[in-house]
Design a protein around this ligand. Structure first.
Ligand SMILES: Cc1cc2nc3c(=O)[nH]c(=O)nc-3n(C[C@H](O)[C@H](O)[C@H](O)COP(=O)(O)OP(=O)(O)OC[C@H]3O[C@@H](n4cnc5c(N)ncnc54)[C@H](O)[C@@H]3O)c2cc1C
Length: 439
């Protein structure tokens, strides 16, 4: 491998020019696989604790799901996707090609096993168990975001303006009253507003909406500015960041990973952090670690922020997508498509997002498009991430499966990874996140 890389470098370099690829170190302290929000926050906190960190990504930092997402930091999303009623709703949506939820029909054993486990997790007991865990992680993460935002020169657009969940119909608003009550009972602030109350908070809403639920503690940020900015700061503090470095496999020796094979040669590491998002299961499989994750594709459409456009982030209740003001841009993001590791763009779904916001917002004229994007959320069947050391290996930490709230939970996950690597008792109880919990 090393020889192949050297000869490639020699072929590509014009005489007298330096090739802009650094050699991969052969022995490292901690190797982090994946340059998304989870890998980068892990690298940051590990370096803060004095570890020597190398982060590799097959593409680049923030090339995956962490790039074009909605950037919402949402303690209000502490109710997992796997909840009572979700299956019935999902089945209704399956018949509609523009619906916010879709499962591409295919005979895939992993998908079928995942759906079976998901079905089993759609219970009131799963919600009761998951809400306090996700709530504590979300609040802890929000506090870390505030600390990070205080680093001089590190502006990633963090704002704690709350999030408004808007409904066009009284029936859907009433349904969500109950959800809001579950969250309030768990200590998460939520206020149900009629149409006037909602429009007072957000004048860009149409007058014919039914009302909204307001979550005042939620926040938002610009995700690529955060992830890339933190990666840069981490580099300044000694983290080696290696883009275009794909992990191909592992050499295992007993209970340890002896070496990691990459497209740029083999590397030995004292500790390995697997934070490869939706691509983690394939890597885990090579180590005999089963990670039940299905990629759930979502889309975002980013436009220039229009004059008189929304100032608050919103979730458009019936349409099931988010609207996030990000400085001079406005981003619409949503839909959930279980179609495997497939990044093709389904225009019907993108059109549904591009059209759907007009049912909620009174913004005149056309919006100027900046970018259509899609990403793969790494989803577990019970809606909780996989975080911890799998039983089978002494030098691996798994940190993935954050589904729709990976940005929300980024910093706390990075911090917890650091504590697990150090062999300390984690600051937040993470027993429910055990990566072996599905057997
Ligand atoms: C439309 C949409 C909207 C969303 N909105 C929100 C939101 O508002 N709030 C929120 O909290 N979350 C949101 N999410 C979810 C959030 O984006 C994800 O949970 C989060 O980005 C997952 O981060 P990650 O680091 O685990 O994965 P990723 O960001 O996907 O990073 C994984 C990285 O691993 C790399 N990799 C993969 N395989 C290998 C390999 N073999 N070798 C080396 N590198 C490899 C990839 O290139 C990638 O860069 C949204 C997602 C979508 C799609």
């Amino acid at each position: 491998m090393g020889t192949a890389y050297t000869s490639m470098a020699m072929n590509l370099a014009t005489p007298g020019q330096q090739l802009a690829i650094d050699p991969l170190p052969r022995d490292v302290d901690v190797l982090v696989i994946g340059g998304g929000v989870i890998g980068v926050t892990s690298a940051w906190y590990l370096a803060q604790r004095g570890r020597t960190v190398t982060l590799v990504d097959k593409d680049d930092v923030c090339a995956g799901s962490s790039y074009g997402n909605s950037g919402l930091l949402v303690p209000s999303h502490s109710r997992p996707l796997a909840a009572p009623g979700v299956l019935a709703q999902g089945l209704r949506w399956l018949l509609d090609s523009a619906s916010p939820f879709y499962v591409k029909p295919r005979l895939d054993r992993d998908l079928l096993a995942w759906l079976w486990k998901f079905r089993g997790a759609c219970t009131a007991e799963n919600v009761r168990r998951a809400v306090p865990v996700l709530r504590d992680l979300s609040y802890a993460s929000l506090a870390l975001y505030r600390e990070l935002a205080a680093i001089p020169g590190f502006d990633f657009g963090l704002r704690q303006d709350g999030v408004l969940m808007v409904f066009r119909t009284k029936a859907r608003l009433d349904e969500h009253r109950h959800e809001a009550e579950t969250l309030q009972a768990a200590g998460i602030s939520a206020r149900v507003l009629d149409e006037n109350g909602a429009r007072e908070l957000e004048p860009a809403l149409r007058p014919d909406i039914a009302g909204a639920v307001y979550f005042p503690e939620d926040a938002h940020l610009t995700p690529d500015r955060f992830v890339r900015g933190l990666a840069r700061l981490a580099q300044e503090r000694g983290v080696t960041v290696m883009p275009s470095t794909e992990v191909l496999g592992f050499e295992r020796s007993g209970r340890r990973i002896a070496a990691i094979e990459t497209t740029r040669g083999a590397v030995r590491a004292s500790e390995v952090v697997l934070a490869a998002g939706s691509w983690s299961p394939a890597l885990g499989r090579q180590l005999g670690v089963r990670l039940p994750i299905q990629p759930a594709k979502g889309y975002s459409v980013t436009c220039d922020a229009p004059p008189g456009g929304p100032r608050l982030p919103m979730l458009l209740g019936e349409a099931r997508f988010a609207v996030t003001p990000m400085g001079d841009a406005l981003r619409f993001g949503g839909t959930l498509e279980l179609a495997g590791l497939d990044l093709t763009i389904n225009r019907v779904r993108v059109d549904a997002i591009q059209r759907g916001w007009r049912d909620y917002l009174a913004v005149p004229g056309e919006l100027r498009l900046r970018q259509i994007w899609r990403g793969l959320r790494p989803c577990t069947p019970d809606g909780l991430p996989l975080l911890g050391r799998p039983r089978a290996l002494d030098n691996l930490v798994v940190a993935t499966g954050h589904a729709m709230i990976g940005v929300s939970l980024g910093p706390i996950t990075g911090k917890l990874v650091t504590e697990i690597v150090a062999g300390e008792k984690p600051g937040v109880d993470i027993a429910a996140l055990d990566p072996d919990r599905f057997g």
